[in-house]
Design a protein around this ligand. Structure first.
Ligand code: CA
Length: 508
């Protein structure tokens, strides 16, 4: 058997996670002299010292909770042995008290992208077809398939066609206060940099979400931007499809006239997310993403991280890191909004961890949150953006979204994301049609088992094959390569998860 190994993240920690594949049996002896009292699965925690009932269980240098009963040195620290503490109170948070100094600028890093007239840059050259309502979705999918088959071969510089279909648009309380979130999400999805500023929409006609309500900028006065299926001129299904193809062809001609040009790394808008996390996520994949995030910030790029319920228990660390008090207050405002949203639904943050998270060794939401915020690296938090809004500034940005993979991904796309980095422990074949997704595994075993789905193995950090710094630089370079057109695995297979709108407003 391999030498028993554990990972202790912080000198204050009184627990550490078992590294060895398949876990370790009772009696396993670590180099430091610690002996396991019972079998501990891989990724799960063992106590490094005796912990009395009521005493804090510490990982990442932070309190995960209090010991529900006495935990002996070498015991398996299971979920039920830790009582979940109260969430940090939002009215007693440090505001920009530990703002990190800017790190030296990184010059000279570029990617080959598509320059847009509004100053943004695309990493892909896609035709996006916006829809106002679910009623038109199958028709638009049908038309998109014909566009791919019949038109795209004539436009080799265009990477693909994306039908922006969703379940919103009718049967909803469209004037309710929170309805603004799905509506502005749809508007900003249409304006994603990977669509090159070309906008077209398909509407049914009688739906609540009328095309004008989207508030999309009318770029060309001489050219209508929406096909309305209920218009008199459409005498059959074939007429509707033909109209969509006509609209698409004009835009494909303009998109096809573009080619990749060198763009500074500062044109990247990278969204970070995790899904199917395990106890290694916080020591390998997320810190590697965080290191790459620091490099991107130093290169002038925009880096977003999200997932309110996964930062809620670490928010005191983030509010202290805010660039100024205004940013810190904006962060706390978004947390309070979400606390209230969960309360109205009869839930709280403990609803977040999944059975897979727990199988992977994450005892509770505090442990998950501490690992999750490692994605944000060490830069100052420059901005906080509400769900559905577009990010406008550079630097590290918190985009307040649910942690749900599909909803977070959709909101990051609406925020203007042109490349997604997705870290995973348990594994997911997740992908997006609108932007490349670089998938990062927290363990080498997952990267080895799914070599044709995982783009980057951060597990090398736990096994000692790579330092965090090496892995962070490698991931940064892979991000630039993927932004320049190198296909990710989910693109290779065409794995495109559906858009999922965040609609906190009532359905009628
Ligand atoms: Ca997620």
């Amino acid at each position: 058997m391999n030498q028993p190994l554990y990972v202790r993240v912080h000198p204050r920690d009184n627990v550490a996670i078992v590294v060895n594949d398949g876990g370790l049996p009772a009696g396993a002896l670590f180099a430091c002299g610690l002996e396991l009292l019972e079998a501990v699965p891989q990724g799960h925690k063992t106590a490094l010292a005796d912990i009395d009932a009521g005493q804090p269980v510490v990982r990442y240098g932070e309190v995960l909770g209090l010991a529900a009963t006495r935990i002996a040195r070498g015991a398996w620290v299971r979920e039920e042995l830790i009582d979940l503490p109260e969430a940090p109170p939002l009215d007693r948070m440090p505001l920009a008290t530990a703002t990190p100094a800017p790190q030296p600028a990184l010059e000279g890093f570029t990617f080959d992208g598509y320059r847009n007239t509004d100053g943004s840059a695309g990493t892909r050259n896609l035709l996006g077809i916006t829809t106002t309502v679910q009623c038109v979705a199958p028709t638009v999918e049908f038309a998109a398939e014909r566009i791919r088959r019949e038109l795209l071969p004539r436009f080799p510089n265009v990477d693909g066609v994306v039908a922006l279909t969703h379940t919103y648009g009718c049967g909803v309380a469209i004037n309710a206060p929170h309805a603004e979130i799905p509506i502005r999400t749809l508007r900003n999805l249409a304006l994603n940099p990977n669509f090159g500023g070309e906008v077209m929409a398909v509407s049914l006609g009688c739906e609540k979400l009328q095309p004008a309500r989207l508030g999309l900028p009318i770029l060309r006065d001489d050219e209508p931007f929406a096909v309305r299926l209920q218009d008199e001129e459409h005498r059959c299904f074939g007429d509707m499809v033909a109209a969509i193809l006509r609209f698409a062809e004009k835009r494909l001609e303009r998109l096809n006239a573009r080619t990749r040009v060198p763009c500074p790394a500062s044109d990247l808008v990278v969204g970070l997310q995790c899904g199917g996390s395990d106890a290694f996520s916080g020591v390998t994949a997320n810190p590697a993403a965080g290191f790459a995030a620091d490099l991107l910030v130093r290169a002038g790029a925009t880096v977003m991280f999200s997932e309110v319920t996964e930062v809620r228990d670490a928010v005191h660390l983030l509010s202290a890191r805010a660039a100024n008090e205004e940013v810190a207050r904006a962060l706390l405002r978004e947390m309070a909004w979400y606390d209230d949203y969960l309360r109205r639904g009869g839930a709280d943050r403990s609803a977040n961890p999944t059975p897979g998270n727990k199988r992977g060794g994450l005892a509770n939401i505090v442990e998950k949150a501490l690992g999750s915020v490692a994605k944000s690296g060490s830069s100052a938090l420059s901005a906080v953006v509400a769900p559905g809004e577009r990010v406008t500034g550079k630097g590290l940005t918190f985009l307040a979204t649910p942690a749900s993979d599909f909803i977070c991904g959709t909101l990051q796309l609406a925020a203007g994301m042109n490349l997604h980095v997705f870290t995973t422990g348990e594994g997911t074949p997740y992908g997006l049609a609108m932007a490349p997704v670089v998938k990062v595994s927290s363990r080498t075993a997952l990267a080895a088992r799914w070599p044709d789905l995982i783009d980057f193995d951060a597990g090398r950090i736990a096994s000692g094959e790579a330092t965090l710094e090496q892995a962070g630089w490698d991931l940064f370079r892979l991000i630039l390569a993927a932004a320049s057109g190198r296909k990710t695995w989910s693109e290779h297979w065409g794995l495109n998860n559906a858009l999922a709108l965040f609609n906190p407003a009532p359905v009628t």
